[in-house]
Design a binder for this molecule. Structure first.
Ligand code: ATP
Length: 268
């Protein structure tokens, strides 16, 4: 039963280098999360307090989850991830308890990052939604927990949403999610970086031109590009499977593996 479900603490292994583009966002996260974890005394001396909550907002598939994981990896913090809709659907009646438990675990595991994906599901403006009483109680619990985070306790909450406009404004007040960071869809340069990340370990034929692909994929998100690259690799595999005798393929011998090269045509 869900009541007994463990709060899962992860140690992610996403690095800054695994994220294409978004250089300013990365820098902002470094300063807001990594620096306070690493240099608490410096913050004290300067008389400034680090944020407790950061809201990443922007279209789906642009790397919000990746960013939260990378900042955890790079600041050697533990990572506890929850998804808004999951809290609502699975933990009805015990959702507040669940939230309390998550924050308790995070304090124990500090430095720790709590990542709440799709926070709009648990925190739409109070009274705005059907079945509001569940979400009202959840928001209140979340606010209580955030207000209770002590300075320099090594716990930071990062939330993500595609719909910042429907969030309960109480969440955005000072001391809560008071740092709003836009994670935009990638421009051409960022798309090129994302193509580079996703083809890093892929044998590419000489005719593959990533610059051109970046140019041609206006409107694609990082998730779209990842899917495109994966599909190209599968096209290459299909092509090779058709041309080689079954025996060679089944042994996965050198000739077979050597032919697995992704060409320009595979991207079409
Ligand atoms: P959602 O709002 O749908 O949860 P998201 O913004 O959290 O999306 P991610 O889950 O971080 O997006 O991205 C989905 C996948 O898309 C990633 O696992 C990655 O493969 C790819 N991706 C997205 N953005 C980038 C990026 N900037 N660089 C490299 N890969 C990316």
């Amino acid at each position: 039963p869900s009541a007994l479900r463990e709060v899962l603490i992860e140690v992610p292994n996403v690095r800054w280098d695994d994220i294409g583009g978004l250089e300013e966002v990365k820098q902002e996260l470094r300063e807001a999360v990594e620096w306070p974890f690493k240099y608490p005394k410096a913050f004290k001396r300067l008389g400034i307090t680090p944020p407790k909550g950061i809201l990443l907002y922007g279209p789906p598939g642009t790397g919000k989850t990746l960013l939260a994981k990378a900042v955890a990896t790079e600041s050697q913090a533990n990572f506890i991830a929850i998804r808004g809709p999951e809290v609502l659907s699975k933990w009805v009646g015990e959702s507040e308890k669940r939230i309390r438990e998550i924050f308790r675990k995070a304090r124990q595991a500090a430095p720790a990052i709590i990542f709440i994906d799709e926070i709009d599901a648990i925190a739409p403006a109070r009274g705005a939604v059907e079945g509001e009483r569940v979400t009202d109680r959840l928001i209140n619990q979340l606010l209580t927990e955030m207000d209770g985070i002590e300075e320099n306790s090594g716990v930071v909450v990062i939330a993500a949403t595609n719909r910042p406009d429907i969030l309960d404004p109480a969440l955005l007040r000072p001391g809560r999610f008071d740092r709003l960071i836009l994670v935009p869809a990638p421009d051409e340069r960022a798309r090129l970086e994302i193509f580079r990340v996703h083809t890093r370990n892929m044998p590419l034929a000489k005719d593959v031109n990533l610059e051109e692909l970046a140019k041609k994929t206006e409107g694609y998100t990082g998730a779209d590009i990842a899917a495109l690259v994966r599909e190209a690799a599968l096209n290459a595999m299909r092509r090779v499977l058709l041309t080689l005798p079954k025996r060679l393929v089944e042994e996965e011998n050198e000739e077979f593996l050597g032919k697995l090269v992704v060409t320009r045509k595979d991207f079409e």
